[in-house]
Design a protein around this ligand. Structure first.
Ligand code: GDP
Ligand code: MN
Length: 380
């Protein structure tokens, strides 16, 4: 789950990272009030869950209250990379001398949290990584020892931070690490971390991505979720407890178990098709859950065929079949469906599906081939 800048910065501040004073507004008049309260200049910043807002015209400096109101009016309602701006953050303006990048991320290959820093702040870190990878310095954090001062100082010196700022930088690195750990984050980023004209460090922009699987431990963070910025299919999947990832292919896959789902996607590819999604309905899925899964798959206009691959263990094939029939009643799909049900109660399951207009298969290879052929209109 992604957090908005104002949310990420609040969390950073709670852990000792200095941020500019600021407040959120949903109207231009209120943005003006905030600007007057904070003192000018202020920065009016669109709050949408995408990067590069500055380049898109979603971050503007206002020198007067009139200008703050006019710019807020202009930015509210603006569309940035497909997201409509509903809120702006009005932050105290900062006199920027230098922009640094500081981030932490779960590095799956190293199986550690990695801290990254770069003197090339303010621009997309992906861009820096592509054009001058040597400008990004990294430090691996041991989960048992945590971040150590020598690591923070080492990275500060490697990106050329002046020595009189080491103490401030270390405090910010520790704060960011605490914020990261306390929220079960996957990513926490300050870009830019600025050196102000007064010679202090300040987190001007903040980004956080939280691990969805850790959210049950943080009901207060779950409340920060912005449903406006999520695809309806992903919201429905989450409500129904389904693991769903949308992909670009044409074959919708409904499978029980993450490993089997991966194998199903592989074999679809092997036979020349391309999966439209990853979808794990989980173990012991009841018919309502199956119906929701099918609705989600069929809501994707790219789907030209659906492949149901169910291995009945705890999950009973007849229960899944009932779910499919219920869903078919409701969504009336106009694409071919291929079903492979094996395991617990497979006979009952197949008998139920016999009443529906479905292609059946026994082996996974056969099912995948039929699904690919159906998607490509090659079935007689
Ligand atoms: P992003 O484009 O979505 O990453 O939004 P940022 O919050 O990083 O803002 C983009 C750029 O706007 C920053 O890199 C700064 O150069 C500039 N900026 C942001 N806040 C201030 C500020 O308070 N004062 C000044 N002068 N520039 C700012
Ligand atoms: Mn930024």
């Amino acid at each position: 789950m992604k957090l908005h800048e104002f949310q990420a910065k609040r969390i950073f501040a709670q852990h000792g990272v200095p941020i500019p004073k600021g407040e959120v507004a949903t109207s231009a008049v209120y943005a003006r009030e905030i600007a007057q309260r904070l003192g000018l200049p202020v920065v009016i910043k669109s709050q949408v869950l995408v990067g590069g807002r500055g380049k898109a015209g979603g971050v503007k400096l206002a020198r007067t209250a009139d200008e703050a109101q006019a710019l807020a009016d202009q930015i509210l309602g603006m569309s940035i990379k497909g997201y409509t701006v509903k809120r702006v953050l009005v932050d105290q303006g900062v006199d920027i001398q230098d922009e640094i990048y500081l981030g932490m991320v779960v590095d799956r290959a190293r199986r550690r949290v990695v801290m990254m820093a770069s003197a090339e702040g303010g621009i997309d870190i992906e861009e820096v990584a592509a054009t001058m990878p040597e400008a990004i310095k990294t430090v691996t954090i041991d989960p048992f020892l945590g971040l150590k001062s020598y690591q923070a100082i080492g990275i500060a010196s490697s990106i050329g931070i002046p020595q009189n700022q080491f103490r401030n930088f270390t405090q910010i690195a520790f704060g960011l690490y605490k914020a990261f750990m306390a929220t079960d984050a996957e990513l926490a980023e300050i870009n830019p971390l600025v050196v102000t004209a007064e010679g202090t460090l300040l987190a001007v922009d903040g980004k956080m991505v939280l691990d969805d699987n850790g959210l049950y431990r943080h009901p207060d963070l779950e409340e920060m979720r912005d449903l406006d910025e999520e695809a309806p299919s992903e919201i429905e999947a989450r409500i129904n407890g389904l693991s769903y990832v949308k992909l670009d292919g044409e074959i919708g896959c409904m499978v029980n178990g993450a490993g089997l789902a991966m194998a199903t996607m592989d074999i679809v590819k092997h036979y020349g098709g391309s999966p439209a999604n990853f979808l794990d309905i989980g173990g012991g899925a009841k018919s309502e859950k199956v119906a929701a899964a099918l609705r989600i798959i069929l809501s994707d206009p790219n789907v030209k065929a659906v492949l149901l691959n169910i291995f009945g263990g705890i999950t009973r094939c007849d229960e899944v079949a009932r779910g499919i029939l219920a869903a078919l009643d409701e969504v009336k799909p106009d694409v071919p469906m291929v079903a492979r049900l094996v395991g617990t109660n497979e006979k009952e399951g197949r008998a139920l599906l016999a009443t529906a207009d479905m292609i059946t298969a026994t082996t996974l290879a056969e099912a995948a081939q039929k699904a690919v052929a159906a998607a490509h209109n090659e079935l007689a």
